[in-house]
Design a binder for this molecule. Structure first.
Ligand code: ADP
Ligand code: MG
Length: 370
């Protein structure tokens, strides 16, 4: 770290152009495509999360960026320079792993200076920069300890300091909080994010935890089976999922089949749960086309209104900040969440009640053939 910690590194735009990676299968056969034509353009300073289930190719994508794996095809650019074939130590990137990966026999201080010593910086500067890094991650005074004398959270802070102290152009994180307990995980989220913002370092963060991704990211890249399903800011991903996979993976969703009744202006009209609903849509479907409506639980409302479709409350769970209902609508179970559970509007199991919808929260997806 320089003496002026607020001076950001001068660069850090990262681009992936149709990057693919296939692995040979054990026992032969066709190679397995772990990363499938992934393209990304990440401006300097952006915090981007790769989010998806286990095995979808997040770590492999990160290792390709770091240079630990070579792509089968495609190109990786850093500040418009092709770094596809550059070795990891020439990429100017720092990486933080789930397992911390600290040297157990070295002090905290020496763990952090490790990267600086490879760079041939003067002793005095190394000391200053390391102390500054320790201060940034809140470990001032613990430099002489060894990793096994620190808690998990402190060890991960050391790993973070070690990655940052070289002022890399890009920081890479592979599930860095997975080994920490729930409370510390939430606290470290904001620490990492604040530090990253202050230093303005382009960051690629891998997680399978959607809440973590939502809380931390400028943009989220949702991955499935090696390919990108959707890229967007957290609210877009949640409110306008591009596929059933995304709608299902991020948050909770009810799926209800419907078909187009009419097409008008920049929207379409469908019949949904006994109501005629107009939903904005950028494409122009045909009347009768089948779609799947994504209904977020908090976009459904229970009202004592006989003009609405009547549903049966099967289950009501009071969770303090919200009430979660399971209701039966025409033989279909739906989840409804009331995020403002005032006692006069609480419904109980066995009750029949009207079901309304907040129309703006409805998203229509083409019905995928099954
Ligand atoms: P994620 O990090 O999203 O859980 P990975 O990138 O680790 O997923 O793995 C993606 C797929 O590639 C998985 O099916 C995994 O088994 C496979 N894979 C990863 N690394 C290798 C390797 N070195 N050799 C063979 N297959 C691999
Ligand atoms: Mg992984």
């Amino acid at each position: 770290m320089s003496q002026q910690p607020n001076t950001p590194p001068t660069s850090g735009r990262l681009q992936l152009n149709a990057v693919s990676k296939s692995f040979l299968r054990r026992g032969g056969g066709t190679p397995m495509l772990a990363v499938d034509h992934v393209s990304l353009d990440i401006p300097k300073g952006e915090f981007v999360t790769l989010l998806g289930p286990s095995g979808c190719g997040k770590t492999t994508t990160l290792r390709l960026i770091a240079g630990f794996e070579m792509p089968t095809s495609g190109q990786i650019l850093l500040d418009d320079q092709d770094i596809t074939n550059r070795p990891p130590n020439k990429r100017d990137m720092g990486m933080v792993f789930q397992s911390y990966a600290l040297f157990p026999h070295m002090t905290v201080f020496d763990n952090i200076t490790y990267g600086l010593e490879l760079r041939k910086i003067s002793r005095q500067n190394i000391k200053e920069q390391t102390n500054h890094a320790l201060e940034m991650v809140g470990l001032t005074g613990l430099g002489e300890r060894r990793p096994n004398q620190l808690s998990g959270g402190q060890q991960q802070r050391v790993a973070l300091a070690r990655a940052m102290v070289i002022e890399p152009r890009v920081l890479l994180f592979d599930e860095p909080l997975s080994n920490l307990d729930a409370k510390l995980r939430v606290q470290m989220r904001s620490e990492i994010r604040n530090l990253q913002k202050r230093m303005n370092i382009t960051s690629i963060y891998v997680t399978h935890d959607q809440t973590e991704a939502m809380a931390m990211s400028d943009r989220i890249v949702v991955m499935n089976a090696g390919h990108i399903e959707q890229i967007g800011v957290p609210s877009e991903i949640y409110r306008r999922p591009a596929s059933r996979f995304v709608a299902d993976f991020i948050g909770r969703a009810n799926f209800v089949e419907t078909q187009i009744e009419s097409v008008n202006g920049d929207g379409v009209t469908v019949r949904l749960l006994g109501q005629t609903v107009t939903v904005p849509m950028s494409t122009r479907p045909n009347i009768g086309d089948k779609f799947e409506a994504v209904l977020r639980p908090e976009g459904l409302k229970l009202h004592n209104d006989p003009s609405l479709q009547q549903v049966l409350v099967e289950q009501a769970m009071y969770l303090g900040s919200e009430i979660e209902y399971i209701v039966q609508a025409n033989g279909k179970s739906l989840i409804v969440v009331d995020t403002d559970p005032r006692s006069e509007f609480v419904y109980s199991e066995g009750q029949t009640i009207g079901l309304g919808m907040v129309h703006e929260t409805i998203q229509l997806l083409p019905l995928a053939p099954r």
